[in-house]
Design a protein. Sequence first.
Length: 551
Amino acid sequence: MHMRKALSAGIAPKEAHQSRRNTPADLPARLNGSVDLGAPNFRSLLDSLEVGVAVADRAGKILYANPRFAELLAGSPCEQVSGVELQDFVLSTSWGQLANALSEGALAHTQGEMTVLGNSGARRMVHLSFTPHDSVDGTRTIRIVATEVTELVEANRALRRSEASLHTMSARLLQVQDEERRRMARDLHDVTGQELAVCVMALDNLKTMAERPGLDLKSAICQSADLLRKVDAEIRTLSYLLHPPLLDEMGLASALLWFIDGFSKRTGIEVKTDIPESLPRFAIELETALFRVIQEALTNVFRHSGSHRAWIRVSVIGSQLQATVEDEGKGVDQRKVGSKSNKPGVGIQSMRDRLRSFGGTLEFRALRPGTKVTATIPLKEEEEEQEQALASEPSAQELNLEAAVRDVHAERAGTKRILIADDHEVARQGLRVLLRDQTDLEICGEAKDGLDAVEKARELKPDLVIMDLTMPHMNGFSVVKHIRAAGLNPKVLIYTTHSYRELERVAQAAGCHGFVVKSNASQDLIRGVRTLLTGGTFYSPESTEQGAAAG
C-alpha cells in the first residue's frame, strides 16, 4: 500500500479492498485480557460508533477493533482484524515508518492518513490518530481512532483545482484584454487617427483660406464635414461591436437580428432565424451572456465549419431559456470539445464560463453533416426579476390614458416648447446651437438622464421632447412609456447615434414620432422638429444603410 501523505508520524498504510459492513459481533475470545474496555454497555457503545476505534500493543498487534475500524481498515469483520498485526495492512517498504509511528504513539499523540478502496473501486481516505494508553495491569497500549475524510480530501482537491483554474482564467482574461486593447489601439491609430489628422489639416487650411478673399470655402468645409462623418461612422461601428446598444434598449431578440444581418453581409453565410419578436426581456447580464455565446458560435461556424448556411433558434421552453446554433459543415472534434486542455477565456471554454455564471449549460451534438450547439439557462430567478421589472413599467391600462387625455398644448398658438434629454453636455449644446435661430421654438428645459427626463416632462409639459436613446437610469423608450403613463402627449423625436434596421418600426411601437441620427443633425433636425410639430412623422432617410454598415 502506497503513501498518500505523511503527517507527524509518516504512516504509509497499504490499500485494501472493502467488503460490506458486518453486523457487530461480541468481542473475540482471543482479545488480550490485559485491555480493560469496561463494562459490556461500554463495549456495546464502542461497537456502535460510526468512528473506527481500536487498541493495539506497542508492537502493532491489534488487541481490539470495533466494526467500523475493521470496515475502514481492511473491509473485514472485526473478529478477523483483532489479533492481526498492523503491518499486515502496510507495504513492507513502509514497516519502518509504521514502527516509528507506533513508538511515537506510545509516548504522545500522533496521526496520519491512508487510502483504502471500496467494493466499487472508489477511493476512500481514512485519518488515523494514535494516543498512548495504560491498561489496568500497567501495560502500555495504543488507542487508534480511524475517521473517514474522503469528502474533506476531495473538497480540498476541488478547491485547489478551482484556485488553479481561477488563476489560469485570470491570466488568460488579462491576456485577452491586452490583445483587445492592442487591436482597438491599432484600429484607432491606423484608421480613425489618420482621418482625424487629415481633418485637422483640412480645417487649418480652411482657416488660412478664410483670410484670403475670393476663395471658395464651401468645398473645403464640405470636405472636412465628410471626413468627420466618416470618423463618426467608424467610431460608432467600433462601439457597436464592443457592446451592441440594442441589448440595453430593446433586448436580446433585436440585438441578435441586428448582429446576424451584419454577420451575413460580412461573411456571405446565410443565417436563418427563429427568434420570436415577443421574446421577453431578461436581466441585461443574462442577455449579454447569451448574445456573446451565439456570437462566438457563429464565429466558429465561419472560421472552422466551412458551412455556407446556419440556423439559429431562441425560445423559452418551460422554465428555461434555450438557444441553438446549427450548421452543415465538417463538424466538431468531440475530443477537443470535452478536453480540459482548451485555453480558458476563449472559444468553447469562454462560452461555458459565461453560461455557468447563470447555472446554464453548453452542449455540442454532431449532425450529419454539421454541428448543433445548444445553450440552456434556467429562468426561475430571471422570471421573478422580469415580473418585478414589468410591475415597475406602466401597465397597458395606464398607457391607454394617452387616448383619453386631451393634449392641452396641441391647439396652442405661438412658441413651441422643447425639452432636450441627453446625458452628454456636448450633444445638448449642439442642439441649442441648431435651434437658437428658430424664433418660434423655445428650449424650456434640459434633462441629464432618463429619470430626470420623466420628471422634467411632468413639470414642464413640453410640446416636443428631443430624446437620446441611451441614457443612465432609464433608456429613451422607457422614458416615453412613463411620460405617456403620466397622461402627457408631447411629440417625441429620438436623437441618437445608433442607426439600425427596423428602428423606425420599433420607435413607432414605443410611441415615438420619428428619429434623427446625430451625424445628420445639421441637415435633418430642424426639418424633423417642424414635421413632428405639424402632426407628421420624420425618420432619418439614411438610417437603414447606416444600420446595415454598422452590423
